[in-house]
Design a protein around this ligand. Structure first.
Ligand code: FDP
Length: 339
């Protein structure tokens, strides 16, 4: 019997144990972050197990995450991607309305010191055909507990403390960074626990895949068009890259993180800010990419240095392997010098 292998197999690193270990690196910590995260994990488990429900899965996910976060007693506000008709209000929340998309301020008795920005079910146009979809989240610390405003969530991505996503697919995988590396956990349905299966994920420096909705190509700017042209017809003797585009951000980013390459949702003439939302798509995924050794760029700057003006702002994004993102940065730089 291989005792070392057996010992490893039975030494289960659950996500809670992992976060508690991380907490040990911050002696001042009182465990609030661990509690908050365990509520996010609960929301993910619920969504993963929700099969044929009466309610649409995206509506249900909204409700689950809002209630899980409010009841954690560790959040002060949450920003969600909401459909105009999403009925999510719970008794403990105040709704701050900006048209139909709002931030929720948690009532004082349940208030904590964290802001959570999340998309409870990203890629929801894929629900009915069984394609992998996911929850994306980013966590910040509030600035001043006695004076909480929307500015607490309008912070640059560089202020983010932690970010992650949970992908609901052939297996349920939660990828998390609390600032120190990136780790992937797979839900073991028999245990009901996320177990560390992908420790210390590092994205390859260069990849063989590009991922973009090429249906928008006629409206792209010159650097994006040139970049994709080079992926298909490289002039340096390298092989052409493969195109893989699922159209579900969590699935496309997960593949990019594990296999390398680049995911892009660029600006185009019709959508000068691209499509993806800064607070709960661009920032968390950019944070994970950087922590895994990759890069994230908007076409103008490092993505995490953006400062959103509104909670549902969008931004173009190019993220993935370090060298692949360097290539698109060089194309934008040479355009600005020739312009
Ligand atoms: P969806 O519209 O299905 O919710 O921002 C949401 C998103 O999916 C991302 O998950 C995905 O990467 C992107 O939109 C796909 O957009 P296109 O259909 O325009 O390619």
């Amino acid at each position: 019997m291989d005792h070392a292998a057996e010992a490893q197999r039975t030494d289960l690193m659950t996500i809670t144990r992992h976060v508690l270990n991380e907490q040990g690196r911050h002696p001042e910590s009182r465990g609030d972050f661990t509690i908050l995260l365990s509520h996010i994990v609960l929301g993910c488990k619920f969504v993963a197990s929700a099969g044929e429900e009466q309610k649409k899965l995206d509506v249900l996910s909204n409700e689950v995450f809002v209630k899980a976060l409010v009841s954690s007693g560790r959040t002060i506000s949450s920003v969600l991607k909401l459909d105009s008709d999403t009925p999510f209000l719970s008794a403990q929340c105040v709704l701050v309305s900006e048209e139909n998309e709002e931030a929720i301020f948690v009532d004082a008795p349940l208030r904590g010191k964290y802001c959570v920005c999340f998309d409870p079910l990203d890629g929801s146009s894929n629900i009915d055909c069984g394609v992998s979809i996911g929850t994306i989240f980013g966590i910040y610390m509030i600035k001043d507990k006695d004076n909480v405003t929307l500015d607490d969530v309008l912070q640059p991505g560089t202020d983010m403390l932690a970010a992650g996503y949970c992908m609901y697919g052939s297996s349920c995988t939660l990828v998390l960074s609390t600032g120190n590396g990136v780790n992937g956990f797979t839900l073991d349905p028999s245990l009901g626990e996320f177990i560390l299966t992908h420790p210390n994920i590092k994205i390859p420096n260069r990849g063989k895949i590009y991922s973009v909705n090429e249906g928008n190509a006629k409206n792209w700017d010159a650097p994006t068009a040139k970049f994709v042209e080079k992926c298909k017809y490289p002039q340096d003797g390298s092989s052409p890259k493969s195109l893989r585009y699922i159209g579900s951000m969590v699935a496309d980013v997960h593949r990019t993180l594990l296999y390398g390459g680049i995911f892009l949702y660029p600006a185009d003439e019709k959508s000068p800010n691209g499509k993806l939302r800064v607070l709960y798509e661009v920032f968390p995924m950019s944070f994970l990419m950087e922590k895994a050794g990759g890069q994230a760029f908007t076409g103008k700057q490092r993505a995490l240095e953006l400062v959103p003006k509104k909670i549902h702002d969008r931004s173009p994004i190019f993220l993935g392997s370090y060298d692949d993102v360097e290539d698109i940065k060089a194309l934008y730089a040479s355009e600005s010098t020739t312009a």
